[in-house]
Design a protein around this ligand. Structure first.
Ligand code: CUA
Length: 328
């Protein structure tokens, strides 16, 4: 397979920052530059004033120092003004963070798995590719990040993206690549002997080049259970007898009447009312928790049902979640 894209020059880097390759970069860079120049300005002003006062109020023969007074208006001014600046900085940082945390409608989901000491990427077709992530320019993505062993951190400086991969839960990051080219993926959390070698390459292709590349996906030879996450999840759902209580297809219907467990079809990304009050978002983390620790958050109406806890491997959990997400 050939990539023309490597000849494409990435966007020029600034004197401090690497080239910018995703839609996350402009707000992050603007915030960074704002904080940087804000700090430079204050450092210069404060240092200059300090030096000026050192000279102006130096000890002189015959001049007695007077105790400093109290000036309420000045004290209010230098308390309120920085507070306002900190509020503005918080707003700028938080709104950019929210943008990364919220995936666009119809974003392509890619699973990112960290393990000692390699990154593995799983495409919606079920293909798992180690150490190389290929993306399409202009397409919205959502990365579902997990770890199979210890803490790792998924970091692409050119995309201005970093998110921890925490064992036992999923973390998410959303973005759109805006520039073609190649960049490095790093692990930004010390994870053992070969932490520094835990890298991967990310390549952003033009849509037509991506289509060409994507022809190589979905060519898994084997049963659907081995190749398609949803079908693997469906077989695990049956094998673990989830259908006994939740019904075939997660309909909540068993043998024509209401099953022991709640309906699962169509609940993904909806709010579910809990016994303990307050709804919960039925997202990936909630579904995972409900399989591993069913009594942690019980939905209303199922107080007396004792669902057993299941012991499953990460990729099995991922497959079951993929299956439940596919149920409408
Ligand atoms: Cu993985 Cu450091």
């Amino acid at each position: 397979m050939t990539y023309r894209m490597l000849a494409t020059e990435p966007q020029a880097s600034s004197w401090q920052l690497p080239p910018a390759m995703s839609d996350t970069a402009p707000p992050v860079d603007n915030t960074y530059n704002f904080i940087f120049w804000f700090s430079v300005a204050f450092t210069v002003v404060i240092t200059a004033l300090t030096l000026y006062f050192v000279v102006k109020y130096r000890r002189r023969p015959g001049v007695r120092s007077e105790p400093t007074g109290h000036f309420n208006r000045l004290e209010i001014f230098w308390t309120v003004t920085p507070t306002i600046f900190i509020g503005i900085l918080f707003h700028v940082g938080f709104s950019s963070w929210i943008k990364n945390a919220t995936a666009a409608e119809g974003a392509t989901e890619i699973r990112v798995r960290g393990k000692k000491w390699v990154w593995e990427f799983e495409y919606p077709t079920g293909d798992r590719v180690p150490s190389e992530l290929v993306l399409e320019k202009g397409r919205a993505y959502k990365m579902i990040i997990s770890s199979e062993d210890v803490l790792h951190s998924f970091f692409i400086p050119e995309f201005r993206l970093k998110r921890d991969a925490v064992p036992g839960q999923y973390s998410f990051i959303a973005f759109t690549p805006t520039v073609t080219g190649a960049a490095h993926v790093f692990c930004a959390e010390y994870c053992g002997t070969n932490h520094s070698g835990m890298g991967a390459t990310v390549k952003v292709l033009e849509p037509n080049e991506y289509q060409e590349w994507a022809k190589g996906l979905g060519k898994c030879v084997g049963t659907p259970e081995e190749c398609v996450p949803e079908r693997y999840g469906e077989s695990l759902f049956a094998k673990n007898a989830c259908t006994t209580c939740h019904g075939v297809g997660g309909t909540g219907m068993v043998g024509g009447s209401k099953g022991v467990g709640p309906k699962l079809a169509g609940i993904y990304n909806t709010m579910q009312p809990l016994m303990s009050g307050g709804p919960v978002m039925a997202d990936e983390n909630y579904i995972r928790e409900s399989i591993l620790r069913p009594n942690a958050k019980i939905v209303q109406g199922y107080a007396n049902v004792q669902m057993p806890a299941f012991v499953l491997k990460d990729d099995q959990l991922d497959a079951i979640i993929a299956y439940l997400k596919s149920l409408k």
